[in-house]
Design a protein around this ligand. Sequence first.
Ligand code: FPP
Length: 258
Amino acid sequence: MFAKFKKNQGDDSAKQPIIDRNKIPAHIAIIMDGNGRWANQRHLPRVAGHKEGMQTVKKIAIAASQLGVKVLSLYAFSTENWKRPADEVNYLMQLPVRFFQTFVPDLIKHNVRVSVMGDITKLPVATQKAVNDAIKDTSECNGMVLNFALNYGGRAEIVEAIQQLAQLVKDEQLKISQIDESTVAEHLMTNQLGEFEDPELIIRTSGEQRISNFMLWQLAYSEFVFVSEHWPDFNQQSLENAIIEYQGRHRRFGGLQN
Ligand code: FPP
């Protein structure tokens, strides 16, 4: 496979690969990490990192939609994030309110539809309302889906699917022998994403190389790109670089050639 290259200005020998707009991953999932460290480095409170991280969410959502991404999943709050100090949790719970209050018109302008995965019934009422209003207000948009993982955990998602399937078996609506990969996938929160349920590309910022309970089922054949920048420093160029790296990978899905 040959990557496309562009020449560096003034240096014909140095060539950088450029993004192939015909091979944009349909579903990109991002673990937005490093807000706290970004703030610490600037002697700011951790929440200042989350505030700046929210601005990055806006920029990256628009950039991804303009690149032709179909689904952008963002890990905004995990089932484990409740262990953080109450002040920080409270701040994180306010962020979707602030975000959607100011940003829904832009999302509509860019034809972006908001969706959520995770148990939002455990979030403060104002946060639930902001999220549900954004889902409703963007429901007519048929461009990119901006899918927020809020109070989401991959294991919890799988447990819930198992409970639903067990109930169907108990009620004699499903035979054990009928349970296969697609039956399981139908009971995961990503079922709402239809054909784009599995991310082709997962990006994690801030240099950590772990998955932290994110989309455990769906990542079976995802490509991983780990970048050193903290989430507030991640920008359109970083996104394009991650996509270029993805485009240079050889995905075989367990086979030999594709
Ligand atoms: C991880 O950084 C980040 C989070 C737990 C929160 C992510 C949330 C946002 C980027 C804003 C979300 C915006 C909306 C609209 C919901 P960290 O705090 O773990 O950073 P650290 O590892 O450096 O401490």
